[in-house]
Design a binder for this molecule. Structure first.
Ligand SMILES: C[S@@+](CC[C@H](N)C(=O)[O-])C[C@H]1O[C@@H](n2cnc3c(N)ncnc32)[C@H](O)[C@@H]1O
Length: 249
C-alpha cells in the first residue's frame, strides 16, 4: 500500500526565503498593517497621495508610449501605482509582503488593467537585465536594506532609454511649513496611525525612516553616481515627498 503524502506546512510563501534583519521587520510590519494601509494612506495624506501617483504616470507616459513598452512597479504594496501604470502599458507589480499583494490583487481585478503581481525582493529581482521601459518605486526605497542596492537593481532592469521614477517622502523645504509639518509628522501622525493600524511601531517608523532618508539633492547625486542620466526631481507638497527621475543612457 502506498503511504499518503502528508501536506507540507509552510509559514512563508514557497518562493521566498525569510528575509533577514531590517527586511524581516519591514515585511512583518506591512503584513500587520496591510488591512488598514490604504485607508490610512489616503486619510493621513488627505488623498494627496493619489495625486502624487498620477504625477508619476504623467512623467513616464511618453516612455511608456513606445511600442510594446512594459513597466515594473517595485515595492508595489496594494498596487495603486501599478494600476495607474497598467492603464497605459502592461505592468508587473512586485512586493515581498504577501498580505499587501493579496489586497492589491483584488484591486487589480476590479480595475481590469493588464497588471500582474508577483512576490519578490526589490534588491534581488528574478527578472532579466534590460527588461523594462519604466521602473517605478513608490514609498519603497526608504524601506530597503540598501538604497544604493535598490537603485542599482532598478538600473539593471531598465532598457537603455528607459526611465526610473522614485516617489518617496522627503524633506520639506519651506521654512514655516517645515516646522508645522514636522510637528504633524513626528507627533500627531504616529498617534493616529498606530491607534488605527493596531501597530505600536509602524507609524513611528514612518517619520523616523524619512528623517534618515537622504535629502532631495543627495538622492539626485546618488542616482547620478549609479549611472542614471537626466536626473532631476520634483518637490511635491513643499517637499513632503519628492519624485526623482533618471534615464538609463
Ligand atoms: C509604504 S509601502 C508602499 C506601497 C505602494 N508602492 C504605495 O505607493 O502605496 C512599502 C512597500 O514596500 C515593500 N517592501 C519593502 N521592502 C521590500 C523589498 N526589499 N522587496 C520588496 N518589497 C519591499 C513593503 O512590503 C510595502 O508593501
Amino acid at each position: 500500500m502506498t503511504k499518503p503524502i502528508s501536506p507540507v506546512k509552510m509559514t512563508t510563501p514557497p518562493t521566498l526565503m525569510p528575509p533577514q534583519g531590517k527586511a524581516a521587520q519591514v515585511r512583518e510590519m506591512f503584513s500587520q498593517i496591510a488591512p488598514r494601509y490604504d485607508f490610512l494612506n489616503h486619510a493621513l495624506s488627505l488623498n494627496i497621495d493619489k495625486r502624487w501617483r498620477r504625477f508619476v504616470l504623467q512623467k513616464v507616459k511618453e516612455v511608456l508610449a513606445k511600442p510594446n513598452a512594459r513597466a515594473l512597479d517595485l515595492c508595489c504594496g496594494t498596487a495603486d501605482l501599478s494600476i495607474e501604470l497598467g492603464a497605459v502599458a502592461p505592468t508587473i507589480g512586485m512586493d515581498f509582503c504577501h498580505p499587501m499583494l493579496r489586497l492589491g490583487l483584488e484591486k487589480v481585478r476590479a480595475a481590469q488593467v493588464p497588471v500582474n503581481l508577483a512576490e519578490g525582493d526589490a534588491l534581488h529581482v528574478p527578472l532579466a537585465d534590460e527588461s523594462f521601459e519604466v521602473v517605478t518605486m513608490g514609498f519603497g526605497l526608504r524601506n530597503l536594506e540598501s538604497i544604493e542596492g535598490g537603485l542599482a537593481e532598478i538600473y539593471r532592469l531598465l532598457k537603455p532609454g528607459g526611465r526610473a521614477a522614485i516617489l518617496e517622502f522627503s524633506h520639506p523645504q519651506i521654512p514655516i511649513f517645515k516646522h508645522l509639518f514636522r510637528w504633524y509628522f513626528m507627533k500627531l501622525l504616529p498617534r493616529i496611525g498606530n491607534a488605527i493600524s493596531g501597530s505600536n511601531f509602524a507609524y513611528q517608523y514612518l517619520p523616523d525612516s524619512v528623517q534618515q532618508f537622504p535629502d532631495q539633492q543627495s538622492l539626485e547625486n546618488l542616482m547620478s553616481r549609479i549611472g542614471f542620466s537626466h536626473v532631476e526631481y520634483y518637490n511635491l507638497f513643499g517637499g513632503v515627498a519628492a519624485l526623482h527621475l533618471g534615464d538609463k543612457p
